[in-house]
Design a protein around this ligand. Structure first.
Ligand SMILES: NC(=O)c1ccc[n+]([C@@H]2O[C@H](COP(=O)([O-])OP(=O)(O)OC[C@H]3O[C@@H](n4cnc5c(N)ncnc54)[C@H](OP(=O)(O)O)[C@@H]3O)[C@@H](O)[C@H]2O)c1
Length: 282
């Protein structure tokens, strides 16, 4: 199968590229801006025909959560029009689509792991655009999977783990919020989940939740990064109100992974995956 990967220079795109040789029966077309802009439907339709694409993995998104608050039009263009275009292009070419969404479609006001059937109520521009992108994909129809993930990190690009490692060299004391609860996701684990679902095949529309296993706060995540890296940091536990940001974040966004596990996907424990990523970053 010929597989088009969009947004391939980001964290997830690079993680798929890294493991793609383990799924060598496919031919991959890794694309990103400016050559392949997912907001350009005509370009996508042309590419589907020219490369005889059988599946699209969309790793492209507007992911700057705070910046989105002042940049709603562009965030919507990329996070809503983009996935809608991909769903249309996939449907017209009889191809499959795997699209990625986020825990930020929830308001975080619950205290039990969130299921795919739970009501969405995004509290910021990023979450609202990502939710509208989900709706657009489902409305187009066709064979599409949406995977909501959370707290993504990897050896590629910018992310929380790499920020902590940098701050570990610059500071001896810092604060991290302890009242936002969730689960990190090593992008390599998500990449395997995507490739396994694609290899098994699917038809119709399905929504899944995927993160690593376990439940922690950002404070615990930072503490573990420092401990595992041998960094001596005095870490202070902050309330979110002491660390104001432009966009409000959900206080609790642990995802329930039962459905994707029942589909045969492996969900590694967050600490085990963090150790693997830190090894890669050494
Ligand atoms: N990062 C997280 O913590 C997190 C959490 C939950 C869910 N997610 C979701 O997971 C997915 C992957 O996230 P990620 O962290 O891998 O994202 P990322 O590192 O920000 O990568 C996104 C890629 O998409 C590209 N892109 C932006 N606009 C595009 C367009 N119009 N056409 C084609 N490509 C475009 C970006 O290019 P530029 O860099 O040039 O803009 C970038 O290379 C996204 O759907 C995201 O919403 C992420």
């Amino acid at each position: 199968m010929n597989v088009l990967v969009t947004g391939a220079n980001g964290q997830l795109g690079n993680s798929i590229r890294k493991i793609s040789e383990e799924y060598s029966s496919n031919i991959y077309f890794f694309t990103d801006m400016p050559e392949v802009d997912i907001t350009n439907l005509a370009l996508l339709e042309g590419l589907m025909k020219e490369k005889k694409i059988g599946a699209i993995i969309n790793c492209a998104a507007y992911t700057a959560v705070d910046r989105a608050e002042d940049d709603a039009a562009l965030a919507a263009k990329i996070n809503v029009d983009g996935p809608r275009n991909l769903a249309i292009a996939a449907k017209n070419a009889n191809a499959k689509l795997v699209h990625i969404s986020t825990d930020y479609v929830f308001d975080g006001k619950c205290n039990l792991p969130l299921k795919e059937t739970d009501n969405t109520a995004p509290i910021g521009v990023y979450g609202r655009t990502k939710r509208a992108g989900e709706v657009a994909v489902e409305e187009v129809g066709g064979d599409a999977i949406i995977i909501r993930t959370a707290w993504l990190y990897s050896e590629f690009g910018g992310n929380f783990v790499k920020t902590m490692l940098r701050l570990g060299k610059e500071k001896t004391e810092m604060g991290v919020v302890y009242d936002q609860i969730g689960t990190p996701t090593f992008a390599t684990d998500l990449a395997y989940a995507i490739m396994d679902l694609l290899t098994k095949g699917f038809s119709g529309f399905t929504l899944y939740h995927f993160s690593n296993e376990g439940v922690i706060s950002w404070y615990d995540f930072a503490k573990t990064v420092f401990d595992l890296s041998g960094i001596n940091m005095k870490l202070n536990a902050l309330e979110s109100s002491e660390y104001p940001s432009k966009a409000e974040r959900p206080a609790y966004s642990v995802l329930n992974k039962k459905k994707i596990k029942q589909a045969g996907v492996r969900v590694p424990y967050w600490r085990d995956s963090l150790i693997k990523c830190l090894d890669l970053l050494k």
